[in-house]
Design a protein around this ligand. Structure first.
Ligand code: GN1
Ligand code: MG
Length: 367
């Protein structure tokens, strides 16, 4: 925990308007630590974030990505008559004109403008919210279609199954926390699906599914909504990189459709809510359908299984490694997450033909 005096000292390193009055811890991210900086009088408030340097080896490059992408998005929003300060994240520079401050302990800090009147959700409470979320990610991707500067790879092989399975094999071999034997059944969940998951990734490697710029972490809590359930702004741009549009769709489905929390202990409560799937798909195809090629729409439904499988793998791998990546609140937290995420994957597998039909209907509808 960082004490308030240190936080205020760090906040002073940024070009904030107004005097800092209070700093509150915020949000429940799995990776970074997030704070809200409240300023006196009518000055804007800010978000201050300690970026996880163990997860992001080059925070400077990551901030370069974020500045370049938000510049581009702001131009698009402005051209469309929108409000770039509310509809796009605004990174705030440090007194030195950088976008990242390194404190005495070697922690990396970055700041953005706080967007007033915004609400976040951990789960989609209504299909309307899911539809709006789908539309927003579709718009986000479309605005980045003509972004033509190279982006740094902030996390190597983030959604690359070949890379993930390499890491997985190494984790099993190392068995760093001595937990491997206790999770033989769970390991089998991963092993038995290796081939089908690699087949999907190979389509991206071979260019059958085109590489495009994507957000890569589209869970619902990374979207700011207004009080009426409309999307204000897509946040958490740490992983904006080249991957595939399908990855964003899949990761959103993984989160919007879950009937329970990501760490629900009773995995019997976890399932994919089909009405949320339908609504998200409808919204996404509404704003994105006309930009996608057939190989993308054909594999959209599978992308949800792909990303959910990847998430089972990542939670289980972190448990086997001894909880070195995700924040955990108790000893078996990553194992509980593994079980809950696996229940979601099973539910998707059971509803897969319906999911495919729904995408097909949506696509035909748009033509
Ligand atoms: C992490 O940082 P946060 O909470 O937005 C993770 C995602 C996972 C997610 C699981 C950089 O997201 O990939 O899907 O947790 N981000 C990173 O909830 O690893
Ligand atoms: Mg994140």
């Amino acid at each position: 925990m960082i004490d308030n005096t240190s936080l205020i000292r760090i906040a002073r390193q940024f070009r904030f308007e107004g005097r800092v009055e209070r700093i509150d811890a915020l949000g429940a991210g799995f990776i970074n630590d997030t704070y809200k900086v409240l300023t006196a009088g009518g000055s804007p408030d800010y978000i201050l974030q300690r970026k996880n340097h163990a997860v992001f080896p080059d925070v400077g490059s990551m901030m370069q990505n974020i500045v370049a992408v938000t510049d581009h998005l702001k131009r698009k929003v402005e051209a469309a008559g929108g409000d770039p300060l509310r509809e796009v994240l605004t990174p705030i520079a440090t007194l030195d004109g950088e976008y990242c401050h390194v404190d005495e302990q070697g922690n990396f800090w970055a700041a953005t403008l706080f967007i007033d009147g915004s609400v976040t959700y951990d789960r989609a409470s209504t299909p309307h919210l899911a539809r709006m979320g789908g539309e927003a990610i579709g718009r986000f991707q479309t605005m980045l279609d003509d972004f033509d500067r190279p982006l740094h790879e902030t996390i190597k092989g983030f959604h690359d199954m070949r890379h993930r399975l390499h890491q997985w094999d190494a984790s099993l071999a190392a068995d760093a926390a001595g937990r491997r034997r206790s999770v033989a059944r769970e390991i089998e969940w991963i092993e038995s699906r290796r081939d089908e998951m690699m087949r999907f990734w190979q389509m991206i490697e071979q260019g059958v599914i085109p590489r495009r710029i994507a957000h890569n972490d589209t869970k619902i809590s990374n979207i700011l909504f207004d009080g009426d359930g409309r999307v204000l702004c897509v946040i958490d741009l740490d992983t904006v990189m080249t991957s595939s549009s399908l990855i964003d769709f899949g990761d959103a489905i993984r989160s919007y459709t879950n009937t329970a929390a990501e760490d629900e202990r009773d995995s019997g409560l976890v399932a994919m809510d089909f009405s949320m799937f339908e609504a998200y798909t409808e919204g996404y195809l509404f704003s994105r359908g006309s930009s996608l090629i057939d190989s993308e729409t054909d594999n959209l439904a599978f992308a949800a299984r792909y990303i959910t499988y990847e998430q089972v793998l990542r939670f289980l791998m972190d448990y086997i490694d001894g909880d070195t990546y995700y924040k955990t609140a108790y000893d078996t937290h990553n194992l509980v997450r593994t079980h809950a995420q696996y229940a979601l994957l099973r539910s998707m597998e059971q509803q897969y033909s319906r999911m495919q039909l729904c995408v097909k209907r949506g696509v035909t509808h748009r033509e």
